[in-house]
Every structure is written in structure tokens, then in C-alpha cells.
Design a protein around this ligand. Sequence first.
Ligand SMILES: Cc1ncc(CNC=O)c(N)n1
Length: 225
Amino acid sequence: MVPVKKSGMIDRWVKKHLVLYTGATSHPFILSIRDGTIDFSSFKRWLGQDYIFVREFVPFTASVLLKASKNADDSSDMEVILSGLASLSDEISWFKQEAAKWDVPLSDVIVHKSNQNYCRFLESLMLPELEYSVVVTALWAIETVYQESFSHCLEDDSKTPPELLEACKRWGSEGFGEFCRSLQNIVNRCLEKASEEELIKAEVTFLRVLELEIEFWNMSQEGAK
Ligand SMILES: Cc1ncc(CNC=O)c(N)n1
């Protein structure tokens, strides 16, 4: 039998699915922030919808934390995930402040279909029977798409409008990048020990996150039309 090396699975999956991955991490919506051509109505649409998403993301992250506390064979997993969960409290406050600044009434945001699909997907991942390796892969993918995307808007030659810099720094900065790398190490370690079936489930979950993120960006951009 040929031994299959499973370590560094994430790097392999990113290379294998590079078109979809790049579609999610360099979406035209992000590129329009980066080159300064963004229509602010798109940003406002994204803001209102993402607030709804993040509220749903809290119980999802809590469910990953619960699975980490039961299943992780490294006790530092729990600390990494807890730090992610804790930062969501500040994030929700930021959304409220930002929404007030842009006159986006958060109380009557109509949840868009793409957002609804994404939230439903998160709900399906909260079921207790879903393996820790699979859900932590989802958490890594969700966070990393935002990290990579917004880091493009902070690159030296970017022309990001100053009003949007704060949003870009929230996810694009080095600190959040560090968090994503910690998650990636956790995922790689879990996948090394995962069964073939779990590996397939985790890869499918990764791809589904990329698709849902692309649809989320598409939805935000439709606001300009
Ligand atoms: C649609 C989407 N994906 C990922 C993130 C980043 N995670 C938490 O903030 C987000 N806010 N929204």
C-alpha cells in the first residue's frame, strides 16, 4: 500500500481548489474596495447582512467550542476557539456603531436569500453528530476567507477608501491572521487523524463554505444595481 501523507491537508486543498478559493478571497466586491471604486450602497448592504450573519455565527462558534472541549486532544484548541468567540462580542458592538454611522437600520434588515442559505448551513453544522474535525474545518474556512479578502485591501498599493479602513483592519490585520493560522494548525492536526470518510466530509464542507462566501459577496454587490 502506498502511504498517504495527510499532513498539511489545508495547503493541499487550497492548491487543489485554487479557482474557487481565489473566487472567494479575491471577489470583485473586495477588489472594488481595494481599488477604491466601491459603491457605498454595496458596502451598506454588506454591513446589514453581515450583522445578521455574525449573530448566527456566535452560536456556531460556541458549538465548535463545545466540541473542542469534549474531543480535542490538545487543550490549547479550546483557548484558540474561545478567543475567536470572545472577539465576536466586540464585533457585534462594532457592527452596531458602524451601522449607525452609515444610517443602516439593523432592526429592519430583510435577510437576503444567500445569507439565509449560509445561516441554514451554519445551523446544520451545529448538530451534535457533526464531527469536531469537520466543524473546525468550517470555522477555519469562514474566518480565513475574510482574513485573506480584507488583507488585500490593506496592501501597500491599495486605494481603499479611508471610511472603510476600519472594517478592513478588523479582519485583514496581522492579529486576525495569527488567529487563522492557529486554526489552520488545529485543522491540519485533526485531519491527520481523521478517517477517510471524515476527510471527505471536511473537504466538501470547505468547498461549500467557499461557494457560500462567493454568494454572500455577490449579494452584497447586487446592491449597486
Ligand atoms: C459572511 C462572513 N464570513 C466570514 C466572516 C468572518 N467571521 C466573523 O466575523 C463574516 N463576518 N461574514
